[in-house]
Design a protein around this ligand. Structure first.
Ligand code: ATP
Length: 394
């Protein structure tokens, strides 16, 4: 990325305090408290309808909270009109002005607010997204990804304290989306602004954000660094929404200071105490599919650092290039997913094979939920209201 210092202004802390949003007959946000530190890249991740966009619209001033306050840089902005807030939004649809050049598109807001040097500032912003060489073209002469970068330059040039990104890459094809994810992250680090990114794409959230908040039904289920959420989910919802998990309902059979031992149909499954939310009764434990190993024979004399399950039968084998995904079925523990990296020549196991499973105890996690009820997870795209763009314009 180009080295631009013009945009070095730090973003502001965003604080949502006791936010509730009720629509007639429906509560979209329930008592949300959230602090997003200045300069961070924060992702709100969740399925369609969980309240992400509503949260973003509250911050932008497009909706009024039923209860609660919104603070930016310590200043209460709850009652400010959208255009009075130091906030810019980048949407999935770029909405560039088709008749203007790229440079004019980026300079437009500055001119309107009578900010000095609009052209030089717009050129700086275009350099930042590496599009200064196309400044004289019209939007139709750019690719989708380039147009999205122009939309980003147009938002960043205003130096908002906070940049809101509403599924900004949703319209791009997969390859371009991956490339733009890296570029967006680099730009955010470059300008040091606070980014609040809303998405239902877990890979996108994990790739870009420093902190991810997983939202479900108007509440934040869990918040943390991407690795932390992935390696140590605390609820069934997070374990399933962020990647895939094998979850088992087990009964606690004993414990030490370090480890909780559970029983799963006669097999001992242990979970480190520090990785379990619960330590008594019926609990739910889990392990990620890539942590599992397949064995053609029962592993003999394994030590206490390993959990072993078996036997089960391979009922599905999907070769997906870097790995092969196996489904193992057992009448005792149900259906288990195993992702095996293709490092050996030939498949690790074939359809119909009887296999045993093992994984390190330290990869097991214990959830808050006392029963397995995943609910329906929908991840369809939402349509973004173009009207929102109009409301944001001065
Ligand atoms: P998506 O990814 O599909 O956009 P989302 O997580 O952004 O989903 P929101 O748009 O925030 O979800 O909507 C949260 C809930 O609030 C949904 O059930 C939605 O139907 C409801 N909702 C949103 N706006 C209104 C409204 N103006 N009136 C009534 N209900 C609304």
């Amino acid at each position: 990325m180009a080295n631009i210092t013009t945009f070095a202004d730090k973003g502001a802390d965003l604080e949502l305090v006791g936010i509730q949003k009720r629509f007639p007959g429906f509560t979209a946000i329930e008592n949300l408290d959230l602090t997003i530190p200045a300069g961070s890249f924060f992702a709100l991740l969740g399925p369609s309808g969980c309240g992400k966009t509503t949260t973003l619209r509250l911050v932008a001033g497009l909706e009024d909270p039923t209860e609660g306050r919104i603070l930016l840089g310590g200043k209460d902005v709850t009652d400010l009109k959208p255009f009075k807030r130091p906030v810019n939004t980048v949407f999935q649809s770029y909405a560039l002005f088709p008749h203007m050049t790229i440079l004019e598109n980026v300079a437009f807001g500055l001119r309107r607010r009578k900010i000095g040097d609009p052209v030089a500032k717009a050129q700086d912003a275009l350099r930042l997204v590496e599009l200064d060489h196309v400044q004289d073209r019209k939007p139709a002469q750019l690719s989708g990804g380039q147009q999205q970068r122009v939309a980003l330059a147009r938002a960043v040039v205003n130096r908002p304290a906070l940049l809101l990104l509403d599924e900004p890459l949703g319209a791009l094809d997969l390859k371009l989306r991956r490339q733009m994810q890296q570029e967006l992250k680099a730009i955010q680090q470059e300008v040091g602004l606070t980014f609040l990114h809303v998405t239902h794409d877990q890979e996108e959230a994990m790739t870009m954000a420093d902190t991810v908040a997983v939202m479900n039904k108007g509440r934040i289920e869990q918040m943390g660094a991407p690795e932390e959420l992935y390696e140590l989910p605390k609820t069934v919802f997070v374990a399933n929404f962020l990647g895939q998990s094998n979850l088992f309902s087990v009964k606690v059979a004993g414990s030490t200071d370090q480890v909780i031992h559970t029983d799963l149909g006669g097999s001992r499954i242990s979970v480190p105490r520090s990785r379990s939310e619960r330590d008594a009764g019926e609990i739910t434990v889990g392990v990620r599919p890539e942590k599992l190993r397949l064995h053609r024979q029962q592993p003999a004399g394994h030590d206490a650092s390993i959990n072993v399950l078996g036997p089960g039968v391979i009922t599905d084998v999907s070769f997906i290039g870097v790995s092969t995904q196996y489904t193992v079925e057992s009448s005792v523990y149900g259906s288990v997913q195993v992702f095996a990296q293709n490092v050996e020549a030939g498949p690790a196991a074939a359809l119909g094979d009887t296999v045993w499973l093992s994984w390190l105890v330290e990869h097991t996690f214990g959830l808050l939920d006392d029963r397995l009820d995943t609910g329906a997870l929908t991840t369809e795209f939402s349509t973004r209201a173009i009207a929102t763009q109009a409301a944001l314009a001065e």
